[in-house]
Design a protein around this ligand. Structure first.
Ligand code: GLY
Length: 405
């Protein structure tokens, strides 16, 4: 997509009273782009500031795209489950509207709502699966407990050693790279301005944030350092980099850290799985996500190594070792790609969505392992489209850290 320079009406090198945009997103990853698109659909004037939107550095480039709040539920994280279920319910309309707005067929997004199969390998893994099934039962989650044989009937490529499983029929998945491409097309059609620059700091008027100051970008024509782009509301959506953002007062700097994930994309002429399979192999998790074109994504490691994005032999070995136990046929497949991405982690694993203590500055970050799943809900919460009878905004409020540091 060709980048649009900041229109003259939105630029000023000396601050003035004019507000050019209703909404300005700092960050052109999946969260920034999808929020920009939803806002533009509502008729808002929107800009996205990012030196390289939708680049390979974005977490979504390395995301498998599981929309699986039920399968991925964990014992202490019921609030995250509530957010995930609310966003999963929004995905069918989000996908259909994105397909229409970007001039694509729904099938082009590879959005599939065929459920997810969680399987156990050893006897310890089976015991853990039974405990998980009991926990899910208490939460009234719609899952079916299956024997190993029933699992293989659903997925014939599963190993004979698979001992049992849980089928979450409501879980889904999508191809995040296709979603990103569709978002870029939809943004162009909706007239969203893409500003190919780095943000050097916030523009303030008294306490309030009234825009951003741009740094000169390498190879772009963003104008002189200090150029200001004004907006009614600025949203920081810079993923794992949000916590390291320059020019943000320390009291509103979000507690976001990078959590590395390595994935491997394998290629086969035909899909070898019908649905997502996630498994515990001797206590460690691996997932296998099939794409419509035969690709199979194996993911993902979880590593606390700062901004390190090296793909390592150990990371890939771990993925293949566990995936092969569940689906031995994976070793026959061609390796298409190996990638490492950085998830934006938070101290409580819940995202940061909503206003900060600085008027005019909002956050949409900290989505950790759930950025793709939570994209539709994030946009709705930011745009206050949905009302909030369920109290979801409170769970995501950035003020939970700012008030109780
Ligand atoms: N949502 C899966 C992951 O982050 O690995």
């Amino acid at each position: 997509m060709p980048h649009t320079a900041v229109p003259a009406s939105a630029r000023s090198s000396s601050p003035g009273p004019r507000t050019a945009y209703d909404l300005l997103l700092i960050g052109g990853g999946l969260i920034g782009l999808s929020t920009a698109w939803r806002a533009a659909r509502r008729g808002l004037r929107v800009a996205v500031v990012d030196p390289a939107p939708a680049s390979a550095a974005a977490a979504s480039h390395a995301a498998a795209g599981m929309l699986a709040p039920v399968s991925e539920v964990t014992y202490t994280e019921e609030p995250l489950l509530r957010l995930g279920l609310a966003s999963l319910a929004r995905w069918p309309a989000f996908a259909a509207e994105l397909a229409a707005d970007s001039g694509r067929d729904l099938g082009d997004l590879d959005y599939r709502a065929d459920g997810m199969l969680e399987v156990a390998f050893g006897s310890d893994d089976l015991a853990a699966l039974d405990e998980l099934a009991a926990f899910m039962g208490k939460l009234d989650l719609p899952v079916e407990r299956l024997t190993g044989r029933e699992c293989r009937r659903l997925e014939p490529m599963l190993a004979p050693a698979v001992r049992g499983g849980l089928l979450a029929r409501g879980d889904a998945w999508v191809d995040p790279r296709r979603v990103t491409r569709a978002l870029l097309a939809a943004l162009e059609r909706r007239g969203v301005d893409m500003v190919p620059a780095r943000v050097a700091g916030l523009e303030r008027s008294g306490e309030a944030v009234v825009g951003v100051r741009l740094a000169p970008g390498a190879g772009t024509s963003t104008g002189p350092s200090g150029e200001v782009v004004r907006a009614e509301r600025v949203v920081l959506a810079a993923g794992a980099w949000s916590g390291a953002m320059e020019g943000l007062p320390p009291e509103v700097l979000p507690p976001v850290r990078p959590v590395k994930g390595q994935i491997m994309r394998l290629r086969s002429p035909e899909p070898i799985l019908r649905r997502c399979v996630r498994g515990v192999v001797h206590g460690s998790y691996v997932y296998l996500v099939p794409r419509g074109d035969g690709e199979l994504v194996l993911g993902a490691t979880q590593e606390e190594l700062g901004f390190d994005t090296r793909v390592t032999a150990g990371g890939l070995w771990e993925l293949l070792r566990d995936a092969r136990e569940l689906v031995p046929g994976v070793t026959e497949l061609e390796v298409a790609d190996v990638v490492a991405g950085l998830r934006p982690g938070t101290p409580d694993n819940l995202p940061l969505i909503g206003p900060t203590a600085l008027p005019g500055l909002w956050l949409a970050t900290g989505h950790h392992r759930g950025g793709v799943l939570l994209a539709p809900l994030t946009a709705d919460l930011l745009l206050e489209e949905a009302g909030d009878q369920q109290g979801l905004a409170g769970l995501c409020s950035p003020l939970r850290f700012q008030e109780n540091p």
